[in-house]
Design a protein around this ligand. Structure first.
Ligand code: AKG
Ligand code: FE2
Length: 314
């Protein structure tokens, strides 16, 4: 882009069947908004609202004022600087591996893709198994996970326990202005393969969530994080919470930045519908699966930009 590119390189052009179709997009949607302050003031109501948003949408906005101020003023600037590094510097971290301490990559797995996604990203992987890159025992999404457990009628620590030694991927996505935004996608439609995703985006917009055949254009709101249920939580909840498919469109004249925390189960965890949720009326909708195996499956599907593999392991 710095060299004055006027059309996108062929590898970024999506075939017509993969492009965003305008009449299937619902503009300016506001997904449910949940204020973390209510967790202290009225826990029961908080749990109810969270549970409803996770079942009906699988994606919602969360207000956490202090943290957001910090992220706005500091983190965004720092991450922009990292993307401004010389290409040669960034390439020192280039890899297609996921479970490495630091990764820089374009698209997802360029060597296996015919049509790339219009973004670059830096990714950090944290796990208590890795001595060099440990993460605190409690997952970053601990409070939300506790409330989500209660929403299933279970002990507040039940979901966290099922994650085992939880892991985390912290990822910054950088979407440059695109000279042909209608021919490309910033990120293909996918569901997140892990547990719970917490996303911070700037005010540029472009994130869309899918319900049926329609794509809902999610309007960024100030002072909010976006949280979405990912595949492993859908499976643990036996389908009560929905892992929603989402994608990102690109803009002709604006750079977009998103910072995403994927709060995931341990890769050793065996994930299946929680036995407490199963009875004659509620048979298991998913088979138990090793999380590690599952992520491989989902990852392959993810590259096709189709529904995730979880629908096939039923
Ligand atoms: O950039 C965004 O808003 C979405 C990013 C995303 O879906 C992902 O990294 O999995
Ligand atoms: Fe995602």
């Amino acid at each position: 882009m710095d060299n004055g590119l006027v059309t996108i390189p062929g590898r970024y052009i999506k075939p017509p069947s993969h492009r965003a179709v305008k009449h299937l997009i619902i503009p300016g949607v506001e997904i449910p908004v949940i204020d973390m302050a209510a967790l202290e003031s009225d826990r029961e109501k908080f749990v109810q609202t969270l549970c409803k948003a996770s079942s009906e949408w699988g994606i919602f906005q969360v207000l956490i004022f202090l943290l957001r101020e910090f992220i706005c003023s500091q983190l965004r600037k720092i991450i922009f600087k990292i993307f401004y590094f010389l290409f040669k510097e960034k390439m020192k971290y280039y890899t297609e591996e996921v479970f490495v301490p630091v990764r820089y990559c374009m698209s997802m797995t360029p060597s296996q893709e015919t049509h790339m996604e219009w973004h670059d990203h830096f990714q950090h992987y944290f796990s208590n198994r890795e001595k060099e890159h440990p993460w605190p025992k409690k997952p970053a999404c601990y409070k939300l996970m506790s409330a989500l457990s209660e929403g299933l009628g279970l002990d507040s620590n039940r979901l966290v326990k099922s994650f085992g030694d939880s892991e985390m991927i912290l990822r910054s996505n950088y979407y440059l202005p695109c000279p042909n935004p209608d021919l490309a996608l910033g990120m293909n439609g996918h569901t997140d393969s892990g547990g719970l995703t917490i996303l911070f985006e700037d005010q540029v917009g472009g994130l869309q969530a899918r319900k049926g055949d329609l794509w809902y254009d999610l309007k960024p709101i100030k002072n909010a994080f976006i949280v979405n249920i990912a595949d492993q939580l859908e499976i643990l909840s036996n389908g009560k919470y929905k892992s929603i498919e989402h994608r990102v469109l690109v803009q002709p004249d604006q750079t977009r930045l998103s910072i995403v925390a994927f709060c995931n189960p341990s890769r050793d965890a065996v994930i299946g519908p929680l036995p407490e949720l199963i009875d004659e009326q509620n048979p298991p909708l998913y088979k138990s699966t090793l999380y590690q195996e599952h992520i491989t499956n989902v990852y392959t599907k993810y590259l096709d930009g189709k529904h995730s593999q979880k629908l096939q392991i039923k």
